[in-house]
Design a protein around this ligand. Structure first.
Ligand code: IMP
Ligand code: MG
Length: 172
């Protein structure tokens, strides 16, 4: 796929911010372990880089979800394509997401996972588009707030391509 991509957040800034987030998380979870839930596929790159820099014990699990029907008129219901492998009962769960847009996906996931008796549950997202929010969702860790533009790279795709860009960019 040939596409012209303009850098929005450079690789250096992404790396630096992930380091800061990991330091904050390591401090907040001191004396505990943290169970990272990587939301496939977009948050794979972010989850790996974040996990490597967290200094408290880390366990990992993966979940794959997709919005029902046309995302633009999403009912807010989410279809689970792949559920977690392990129980989260009694664990300090940290959901790791690439981007929060309308907030529907995470709002649904928070409600669902909260019913499974975790010790605690929080969200960490690399990117946040606050202008687009339609559902209130409590996000503890945000990498970058960005304007309402469609971004790619660092896990985010345009029709499945461009996830492997090492920076966050905008398709021109
Ligand atoms: P939400 O439920 O509207 O918050 O949807 C979040 C999901 O929409 C993300 O996990 C992405 O898969 C997708 N998404 C939202 N904005 C973008 C973008 O700018 N680029 C790529 N994917 C996006
Ligand atoms: Mg996603």
């Amino acid at each position: 796929m040939a596409a012209n991509v303009k850098v929005m957040i450079s690789e250096e800034r992404v790396n630096q911010r992930i380091k800061e987030l990991a330091e904050q998380i390591s401090k907040d979870y001191e004396g505990k372990s943290v169970h990272l839930i990587c939301i496939l596929k977009g948050s794979v790159f972010f989850s790996c880089d974040l996990a490597k820099r967290i200094t408290v014990p880390v366990t990992l699990d993966f979940m794959s979800v997709s919005s029902y029907g046309n995302e633009k008129v999403s009912s807010g219901r989410v279809r689970i394509l792949k559920d977690l492998d392990e129980s989260i009962q009694g664990k300090n769960v940290l959901i790791v997401e690439d981007i929060i847009d309308s907030g529907r996906t995470l709002s649904y996931l928070m409600d669902l996972l909260s019913t499974r008796s975790p010790e605690s549950i929080e969200i960490c997202t690399l990117l946040d588009k606050p202008e687009r929010r339609v559902t209130d969702v409590k996000v503890k860790y945000v990498g970058f707030e960005i304007p309402d533009e469609f971004v790619v790279g660092y896990g985010l795709d345009h029709e499945q391509y461009l996830r492997n860009l090492p920076y966050v960019g905008v398709v021109e």
